[in-house]
Every structure is written in C-alpha cells, then in structure tokens.
Design a protein around this ligand. Structure first.
Ligand code: OOG
Ligand code: MG
Length: 262
C-alpha cells in the first residue's frame, strides 16, 4: 500500500469524524483488500494528523476483547486504538448527542501503570505487578461507518471507533479486588441494559493489558506508565439518545455516570 493510498484512506475516516458523518466502510469499495496491518498504517497516519492538529493522546484502548463484543460487531480479534484529550468526558458531566454520529456506550475496567510495560512476553501477572490503580469507566464509541458495519481492518483504520471516555475517579489497588469477578451493570435512566463481569475480557482484564503490551512490542512500542488504559467493553454496547442518564455500577469498584443532551 503506497503513501498516497494511506493518506487518502486517512482523510476519508478523519473527515467523517470531523464532519460527524457516516461513511461506507473502506473494504466495501474504496479498497477491499485492506489488511489488518494496513489498517494500522492508516490508524498511525490518523494519529499523526490528530497530533499535528494539536490534540494529545491520553491513553491506549483495547477493543473486541469480550465474546459479547465479538458477537455484536461480528469480528473476532482484539485490536487497539487511542483515546485523545478532546474525547474525555468528566464524570457526572453531560455530552451533546449532536457532537457524535450514532454513539454507543460500553462499560470497561481501566488500568494505570506505575512503570512502562514492554513486550514481548508480558503476562497478566507482569501487568498486575506494574499496576498502580484500576478504575471504573465507560467508553463512548462512535464508528464512522454506517450502522457500525465494518471488518477488523476497517475498524482499526478508524481508531477502533474511539469517540469518548468517562474515567471514573474511584481508584483501587489491583490486589484489593479479584478483577475477573468484578461485576458491572450498565443502566440507562435506571433500567439495566447490559451486565457482565471482568472475566468477560479475555478471562481477566489484566490479560487485555498484556495483549496490548505484546501487540505494541511488534512496533517497538510499549504501554506507558501513568496513562489510563481501557481494556475493552465487558458487555455489548448500548445506543444513546438525548435525555439519557448513563450509569455503570461496578462491584467493589465504584460507579461512573454522565448525561446525554440534545
Ligand atoms: C469497535 C470498538 C471496540 C471495545 O471495547 O470492544 C471497543 C466498535 O465496537 O465499534 O472499543
Ligand atoms: Mg471499547
């Protein structure tokens, strides 16, 4: 894939995000041969463009790490992308639905490391040893593709649908919890829409961070200390509408909530 094509595909997804407009997935017509590796080349160019525009990376996010997400999205492998500063929503705050295309939410367990993790060969135990805190969170995803219809290479190119993140402020040391049995309910206006437990995420969300470190190692990159890391949706994602009060309640890990306006 030459530089011009990488640039063309990057502009295609980037403009859709900026203009809050749905596009047809890349693999439908533009470039059906797109591979996962090429999807990451587009994602890397997209990230360079965002950095050039003055946006800052807050932290990495894993995606498609649970059976629920694999089934819902009809894709089958963990992927990663990045949360940027302009995507962060303060806990208890409101978002405006007009700032998104067709946003959905999913509950995720977050990690903050106190030292860098450099793969290959990182294990979940290495992750737990390097973890300063775990925290509750809600990710807002907003695929730029029509109806969230995409293949794995498409969604990688689209920075894994990253659009928003609400990082809870309830921090816990990892040894205070058994992350696999931390339960979560996601409710909208008090009605439970989905529920699950940490084990849904690759057996344990620490495993998701290990996978991230090992995937980044293939590019000579590492998971950095101090950055919030999202480990992937525990449950299927739920569509948002104006007037929604969205809350994720975690067993032993506090809760996170925000409002949705017009
Ligand atoms: C892709 C993003 C997946 C997760 O947690 O699984 C993701 C999507 O579902 O649009 O963030
Ligand atoms: Mg997610």
């Amino acid at each position: 894939m030459d530089k011009d094509l990488i640039r063309e595909l990057t502009t295609y997804v980037h403009n859709a995000e900026k203009e809050k407009r749905e596009i047809t997935k890349i693999t439908a017509e533009l470039y059906p041969e797109l591979t996962i590796e090429e999807g990451y080349l587009v994602q890397e160019e997209l990230i360079r463009e965002k950095l050039k525009e003055g946006h800052k990376i807050i932290g990495p996010k894993m995606g498609i790490t649970s059976e629920a997400k694999m089934k819902q999205m009809n894709v089958d492998n963990p992927i990663y992308g990045y949360v940027f500063d302009y995507m962060v929503v303060e806990e208890g705050d409101s978002i405006s639905i007009a700032d998104y295309i067709h946003p959905k939410v999913e509950p995720e367990i977050g990690f903050i490391l106190d030292r860098d993790l450099e793969g290959p060969g990182i294990t979940p135990l290495d992750v737990l040893r390097a973890t300063e805190y775990v925290f509750p969170s809600i990710e807002i995803i907003d695929s730029r593709y029509e109806n969230f219809n995409f293949t794995l290479p498409d969604v990688v190119a689209d920075n894994t649908s990253a659009a928003g993140a609400v990082f809870g402020t309830y921090l816990r040391r990892p040894e205070e919890l058994e992350l696999d049995v931390v339960g979560v309910t996601l409710s909208i206006n008090g009605e439970i829409k989905s529920l699950g437990a940490g084990a849904a995420v690759l057996g344990n969300p620490a495993n998701s961070v290990a996978r991230l470190a090992n995937m980044l190692a293939e590019k000579g990159e590492k998971v950095k200390a101090g950055q919030p890391i999202l480990t992937g949706g525990i449950t299927a994602a739920v569509r948002l509408s104006p007037g929604d009060f969205v809350q994720a309640k975690y067993g032993g890990l506090g809760d996170v909530s925000f409002f949705v306006k017009e």
